[in-house]
Design a protein around this ligand. Structure first.
Ligand SMILES: [Zn+2]
Length: 132
């Protein structure tokens, strides 16, 4: 894959709406932490990944590091977050289209070629074409 690959906003929103099940535990923790940061920005102006984890106390207790049988590595999560949300999402997309492309169905309109809302949609949200 081209190093300069960048998913368009359309692809980003399609994958975030339909394929977050392809996030690893660390990616999910990073994503949760980013959204928590956004919600708290008004009264807690910090971008520190460490501080953003404070409300998730379970991540700080060693016996809670394993969640659903998988270990969350805080350093790995911080590394995922270090360049900000947009970079995190672009890197996630690069990873899944490289490693898990067989699990992704890019459902495109057969008339205009743009992405539908979901993998099973049979109507285009852009041109309105319906192929039920
Ligand atoms: Zn269309």
């Amino acid at each position: 894959m081209d190093d300069n690959f960048e998913a368009t906003e359309e692809v980003v929103s399609y994958l975030l709406a339909n394929y977050t099940n392809l996030m690893t535990r660390s990616e999910t923790a990073a994503s949760d932490s980013f959204s928590l940061n956004r919600k708290r920005r008004t009264y807690q102006p910090t971008d520190s990944p460490w501080l953003s984890f404070l409300p998730f106390k379970k991540y700080f207790f060693p016996d809670m590091y394993r969640i659903d049988g998988e270990t969350i590595n805080i350093r790995q999560v911080n590394a995922l977050m270090k360049d900000g949300y947009d970079a995190f999402i672009q890197n996630w997309i690069k990873r899944i289209v490289t490693e898990e492309l067989d699990k992704i169905h890019f459902n495109c309109c057969i008339r205009c070629g743009r992405l539908t809302r979901t993998p099973l949609a049979q109507q285009c949200r852009f041109c309105g074409y319906d192929w039920h």
